[in-house]
Design a protein around this ligand. Structure first.
Ligand SMILES: NC(=O)c1ccc[n+]([C@@H]2O[C@H](COP(=O)([O-])OP(=O)(O)OC[C@H]3O[C@@H](n4cnc5c(N)ncnc54)[C@H](OP(=O)(O)O)[C@@H]3O)[C@@H](O)[C@H]2O)c1
Length: 327
């Protein structure tokens, strides 16, 4: 894809930076951020972007909830991607729960209002969602057609997020909700995993039988390009490799590709104490996410990294070792 105008709301995080790496060389990118000062020393310490990679990137201030002049950036946009949202990697206190929900719903709503104000609205709007919208599943895979949706906190967030997205009237903008599985790349979730390996804690988590749906970040980027090129596609898509694995297999593959011979398992009670200590929730590792990408496969899309071992090897080889730190 070349010479496209791509606006990424919440594009300063892990997935946004990966999209900049993938699209930034040959396209014009505008990042909507609550902190538009993207100087090197102000960037997230896990940032993998070098100054040359930012040559076609402009950062523009917004607050993720109110309309401002930033809406003009959406004029003549080829793809608008919304990734905004408070990280779910925190304790689910009432305050955090409210922030997790509102940051997703508010940013989606205000982007809909901004599109309505443009003369030449974006051609395509891709809004992040999550594969965690499907129920805890140990019996069968969940897809876009027959997947079952329950009602715990994170599912409620995803439902409200997608409902807000589809409720925005954007008659001239094609819309896709991308239910992303755990995304593997040089950053994001892989940093805590590499730290666990370093401390000999790279064994199975809980009973290890929970399913782990994942996708390599390059396939997420390739999928977005595919959506742009295939004008007939719209609606909800799972963004997950066709071959999810059990947690036990995920951890074993991680040990193999990193040449780690030993990994202590973490029992559920240990995870509960650990999660409390580092301020997160055990749901993030214990929920059985068994999600498959039926719709995208039906369109003829081929994954570059369908297999976990190839995906993890690529990520391990390309993650700067200085990113792992002692918590
Ligand atoms: N990474 C995954 O494995 C994964 C899996 C499933 C779904 N997702 C979803 O995909 C999206 C992007 O994921 P990511 O890993 O790139 O997340 P991330 O690194 O946490 O980045 C999200 C961005 O959202 C913005 N943000 C944070 N709090 C906000 C708030 N209160 N209001 C408005 N904006 C806020 C931040 O941008 P500024 O600070 O610059 O404003 C941040 O850079 C998220 O919505 C996430 O839930 C991710």
């Amino acid at each position: 894809m070349r010479n496209a105008k791509i606006v990424i709301a919440g594009g300063s995080g892990f997935i946004g930076e990966s999209l900049i790496k993938y699209f930034g060389n040959e396209n014009k990118l505008i990042i909507l951020s609550r902190n538009a000062d993207n100087s090197q020393n102000n960037r997230n310490r896990f940032s993998l972007l070098s100054e040359p990679e930012l040559k076609n990137v402009i950062y523009c201030h917004w607050d993720g909830k109110t309309l401002g002049d930033w809406y003009k950036q959406l004029e003549d946009t080829d793809i608008l991607i919304n990734l905004s949202g408070k990280s779910v990697n925190c304790r689910y206190t009432e305050k955090n729960k409210k922030d997790i929900l509102n940051s997703r719903v508010d940013s989606t709503k205000i982007l809909g209002e901004a599109i309505a104000k443009t003369k030449n609205p974006p051609k395509l709007w891709i809004n992040a969602s999550s594969a965690t919208i499907y129920r805890h599943s140990t019996d069968k895979p969940q897809d876009e057609f027959t997947g079952e949706i329950e009602n715990d906190f994170s599912v409620q967030v995803c439902k409200a997020w997608e409902n807000t997205f589809y409720n925005q009237a954007t008659p001239f903008t094609r819309k896709i909700a991308l239910r992303m599985a755990i995304t593997l790349g040089a950053g994001g979730i892989m940093i805590p995993y590499f730290n666990l390996l370093k401390f000999g804690l790279g064994g199975k988590q809980g009973n290890g039988k929970q399913m782990y749906s994942w996708v390599h970040i390059e396939d997420s980027c390739r999928m977005i390009e595919w959506f742009y090129e295939h004008h007939e596609l719209e609606g909800t898509f799972n963004c997950a490799s066709p071959y999810p694995v059990h947690n036990k297999e995920f951890m074993k593959t991680l040990r193999t590709i990193s040449h780690t011979t030993f990994g202590l398992p973490a029992m559920k009670w240990m995870l509960q104490i650990g999660a409390l200590l580092i301020g997160t929730e055990t749901e993030l590792v214990l929920k059985s996410r068994w999600v498959v990408p039926t719709r995208i496969l039906e369109t003829g899309f081929q994954f570059k990294y369908p297999l976990l071992s190839d995906a993890l090897a690529e990520v391990f080889n390309n993650t700067p070792k200085n990113l792992y730190r002692i918590f």
